[in-house]
Design a binder for this molecule. Sequence first.
Ligand SMILES: [Mn+2]
Length: 303
Amino acid sequence: MNKRIDLIGDIHGHADALERLLQMLGYRRKSGVYSHPQARQAVFVGDFIDRGPRIRETLHIVRDMCDAGHARAVMGNHEFNAICFHTPHTEKGGFFRDHSWKEINQHMATLEQFRHYREEWEGFLEWFRTLPIWIDDANFRVVHACWDPAHIATLSACFTGMDAEFLSRATDHQNAPPEFHAIEELLKGKEEILPDGLSFTDKDGAIRHECRIRWWTSPSERETYGDYLMECPESLRNEGLLPASRNGFSYADDKPVFFGHYWLKGSPKAVSRNAICLDYSVAKGGYLAAYSLDEARLRWVGV
Ligand SMILES: [Mn+2]
């Protein structure tokens, strides 16, 4: 039972911050691979690629650590999207992820930085396919965006790998089979439709009618819409009480769950007693954060 674990947030190509954080945690580079003199193990919550300036270096550091047994990693939505973007859809033609402006733009930094390293990229794509979607350890859990036991049960029963058959079901938003909902919510989080036709503009400038929920808070803490919704429109924030019918899913287990994905701002802190988000927006001028499990301690570095 190894509790000497350092959980590390979304890197998004910021290899400089990653190296500084690893060094702060006591990891040292030996023969090109980071390891810890006291045999600590790093656990990465996914989203290694896209947006940042040193995506190739990030992938080499993380993968080399994993291959040598000094780290483990789960898949982020950006890795899942990359698999889909680059895998031809054998039934429909095209790819499992559209190649329209929005999808290309989100993946642009990776495409550019690997432009002259095609084979290397293919190797990383193969590695992405082997990443687990979650880790359920004796002392902790890890998932990229949201731990929902029902979705984990669904995938435990049917998932055999990121093959064409699975990708076809997991990306089928029209028929929305259980695999689609499971991947959507485990890797991208849970959302609710805003009341009264309200909308907000997301970080990529898109107008959205669905809002991510703070699934890590307990239902009793959710008094207003602002307590419950991540990007709550100002007009709704303090308006009356959150209706009971809207007070949905909450993570209630004692085993701590670590996740990323939410682009939190400010100094990293535990968002609840049993759920810790490690994404503090390193790709938007924020911090790369780590939580040392045995010390119950958060540390972080800026870009
Ligand atoms: Mn993410």
